[in-house]
Design a binder for this molecule. Sequence first.
Ligand code: ZN
Length: 165
Amino acid sequence: MAVREILIYPDPMLKTVCPPAEPGPDTDVVVQDLIDTMVAAGHSVGVAAPQIGVPTRVVVVDVSRSKLGKDNNHGLLTMINPEILQREGNKVMREGCMSVPEYTGNVTRAESIVVQFLDRDGRERVINAGGFEAVAIQHEIDHLDGLLFLDRVTSLKTDIFRRKR
Ligand code: ZN
């Protein structure tokens, strides 16, 4: 159980394509550290293992306390080896990332998704996610493939915004 330091772009770990995780005690430590780190950050709605320096396919997502996600969510999701099985629709949203603290960006993603993963107990789950939760899940899964929202914007000139301090 530990709050971990978040790696910041352009750390090479953030460009890593992560190998699958093995459910078990080692992965459970990663899961707990991700949850602790997300909760400690306060405004965070998700963290991926490579962001804390662990190249493995594990993410946590929880949009239930966010303004945009509070009405439509599955609570705290622990996703081991998540895979998107279906995508529907398109939606542009302004995204931020703890690994890119200075900027936000407009990103187009699927409006709803069907995603399969193993939960913390190693059980296979398939859920239907929509709205902000779907966006957050897609953002976190991108991290497992070495992709940041910066890689998803249409134009680095018009779709990236510097955060006001
Ligand atoms: Zn991120």
